[in-house]
Design a protein around this ligand. Structure first.
Ligand code: MSP
Length: 673
């Protein structure tokens, strides 16, 4: 029987325009869903919008619209954005839909019939922004989650017997898979251990919500309404046979993906509601951190969201997907900046995967008329060929483990550092462009093996990266003549499946390089869009702490005196920052015989360096090579291009430069001292 897999994003409030924080949760889920489909699971991926409650009612009022008009507009923005981003959700639920409303009422009835709902009076503080009852707060107190002033509520309400579930919940948390990561699990355990009070689950002082069955003066608490979407979208409470089937098949959810600020609702209230209704519990609730906007751009006016559309217009969806999952350690907070985005795009996509694909496939076109060449039989393969093959196998395993643990950044690091960088090095060392110029049989055979091996490694990297970058990888797959990447059976991925003699498709660059103007363009687009309007006060995009500026100047140490014979002190030497870098791009500078323009990754950034080594080194031979650069040299211009650092080389007689290198493997960014 086919395994099923059901994954959900939270449903998004319709009081805020979509931004890259929302996109982050959605991208993470989409990646998992796509991976599961390739693994053969019958996958259901749900997202949607959360449209009821006092917060939305007030936002609509402020905009001069009815809540429904307001919800329709913003819900459509989310819907359209996900379409544009190629998000592969199977359904998009809106909590104002009839199907949802009826089924939530059914859930309420069931919990009530099971004896877990009673009527009482609530007097206490409520945070409208978080739609949260703040236990123990006094009038004037601030919401512990968003910091806004709470409002005093005194109403007759329906209460849910949350206190009855304290022990059962603690038992549930004993399973480490239930809440991830562990830090969140511990937080929840300590909250529940401190004691649970019954929860008010209806409101009667406003009307924008789902009426309580048999008592329509009350509307159902918006979090009960919203959480229930995970059930209602797949058919819970429906009388239709098809919907009932779907519910039986997909529930319980395999993964609820959420941001860390809504952990309590998902890990305490939600399982308690489900237990009260006698329904099965989700298998895993995974909480990610917040995306913060680059510190220098932070503003208190809350106008600091970054719209997803801006990035889509300039770099495309795959660039954003890759950046967010590669840069942010899943579960922790991470900063977003346009500079970092463009830098990653150029170093990992344009120069990394994109460059590997275009040079491998272009050489197959040039030297083998566009057909995947036949490698030499196993016995005549070199150690390097075998090493690469083994490394690829290891990466397949590591990547699988990392994806399964939601460690997206680790999975991508495996593909890029564990495989793509190694193929680059393999190509540089085997110099297929030199072999390609020779006609003898031995060189032809070696060339065939080198290009086959590179193409096979490229195929594996592409397959593994597909869930993160569905569009670009599909293009590379088609360029390799492999057809539709969605048909790939990921569970069987292994070295050696690239069919020999495959005719390549059209080869073209998948990630054109972005220049500096891309950053300016995106910044301008955002500046034009930014409005000082406060949208969602609890939104973390506006909550990132601004780095405190250094108040005092660092103490300047008194330099030790230089020796009289001209030798320098250790302090003088320490001023020179020598770092290990790896060459990502190398090209000749037009009309300058000696100069090469290099882009060198020094771990923290990619530097453009101009080096007078063109007579000694062919640019292709330098890609992937580790070099030493003087990283803190003041920039200077040569032939109109800025050089930001200097490569260290010995100068032989006659002026021929020889680049400094290492016998042992050294990590990029390592400092020489
Ligand atoms: N409507 C509730 C969820 C109900 S689910 C039954 C809600 N909506 S939200 O629009 O405020 O947030 C939806 C998701 O977007 C959350 O997982 C939240 O963490 C995520 N993000 C919103 N801004 C974010 C960042 N700046 N960074 C990362 N994720 C962020 O909560």
């Amino acid at each position: 029987m086919t395994r099923k897999f059901y994954i959900t994003t939270p449903i998004y409030y319709v009081n805020a325009r979509p931004h890259i924080g929302h996109a982050y949760t959605t991208i993470a889920c989409d990646t998992i869903a796509r991976r599961q489909r390739l693994l053969g699971a019958d996958t259901f991926f749900l997202t949607g919008t959360d449209e009821h409650g006092q917060k939305i009612e007030r936002a609509a009022q402020a905009a001069g619209k009815t809540p429904q008009q307001y919800a329709d507009e913003i819900s459509a923005q989310f819907h359209n954005l996900w379409k544009r981003m190629g998000i592969s959700n199977d359904d998009f639920i809106r909590t104002t839909e009839e199907r949802h409303i009826k089924r939530v009422q059914e859930l309420f009835r069931r919990i009530r019939d099971n004896g877990y709902i009673y009527k009482g009076t609530y007097t206490g503080q409520y945070c409208v922004s978080c739609e949260l009852y703040v236990d123990g707060a006094q009038p004037g107190d601030l919401c512990p989650t968003c910091g806004r002033v709470t409002e005093t509520v005194h109403e007759e309400n329906y209460f849910f017997k949350l206190s009855a579930f304290q022990d059962k919940l603690l038992e549930l948390y004993a399973n480490p898979e239930f809440i991830r990561p562990e830090a969140r699990r511990n937080e929840v355990i300590s909250f529940v251990r401190s004691g649970l009070r019954d929860l008010s689950i209806s409101r009667s002082t406003f009307s924008w919500g789902i009426p309580v069955p048999d008592d329509p003066k009350h509307v159902i608490y918006v979090w009960l309404d919203a959480l229930a979407n995970y059930l209602t979208a797949i058919g819970y409470g429906s009388t239709h046979a098809g919907a009932q089937e779907a519910f039986k098949k997909y529930w319980p959810a395999d993964v609820h993906m959420i941001g860390k600020e809504i952990v309590r609702f998902h890990c305490v209230y939600w399982p308690a509601f489900l237990l009260a209704a006698g329904l099965a519990l989700p298998k895993t609730i995974v909480a990610h951190g917040w995306l913060l906007f680059e510190e220098s751009k932070m503003s208190k006016s809350r106008g600091n969201i970054v719209r997803t559309e801006t990035i889509l217009d300039v770099l495309g969806a795959d660039a954003l997907r890759y950046f967010l999952l590669r840069e942010v350690v899943f579960g922790q907070d991470g900063s977003f900046s346009f500079d970092a985005l463009v830098q990653r795009y150029n170093s990992d996509l344009a120069n990394g995967l994109g460059n590997l694909a275009s040079r491998t496939l272009t050489m197959i076109n040039r030297y083998f008329k566009g057909e995947v060449p036949y490698p030499s039989p196993g016995a005549s393969r070199t150690k390097e060929d075998n090493d690469l093959r083994e490394e690829a196998q290891v990466v397949i395993g590591m990547c699988t483990t990392a994806f399964e643990a939601f460690d997206f950044s680790v999975a991508l690091e495996e593909i890029w550092i564990g495989l793509i960088a190694k193929v680059d090095k393999y190509i540089v060392e085997n110099e297929p462009w030199v072999l390609g110029e020779k006609q003898d049989d031995e060189s032809r055979a070696r060339l065939a093996t080198v290009l086959y091996t590179s193409a096979e490694a490229l195929r594996i990297a592409t397959a593994l990266a597909y869930p993160v970058m569905p569009d670009a990888t599909a293009k590379i797959w088609a360029q390799m003549g492999l057809g539709d990447i969605k048909k790939l059976e990921l569970a069987d991925l292994t070295w050696g499946q690239l069919p020999l003699g495959t005719k390549l498709g059209d080869v073209y660059p998948v990630f054109p390089r972005a220049d500096k103007s891309a950053i300016e363009r995106m910044q301008q687009m955002e500046d034009q869009q930014r409005s000082p309007v406060v949208e969602d006060a609890k939104d973390p995009m506006g909550k990132a702490p601004v780095a405190a500026e250094a108040k005092t100047q660092p103490a300047v140490p008194t330099p030790a005196p230089a020796a009289a014979d001209g030798r320098i002190t250790i302090d003088d030497f320490a001023k020179i920052e020598l770092r290990v870098g790896v060459v990502k791009v190398a090209e000749r500078v037009p009309k300058a015989d000696k100069l090469l323009r290099l882009e060198i990754d020094i771990g923290t950034e990619v530097r453009q360096v101009l080096a007078g080594i063109a007579e000694a080194y062919a640019p292709e031979a330098l890609i992937g090579r580790k070099v030493v650069i003087v990283a803190n040299l003041a920039p200077r211009k040569l032939r109109g291009l800025e050089s930001n650092g200097m490569i260290v080389a010995a100068s032989l007689e006659g002026g021929k430069p020889v680049l400094a290198s290492f016998l042992e493997d050294v990590p990029v960014g390592a400092r020489l001292k």
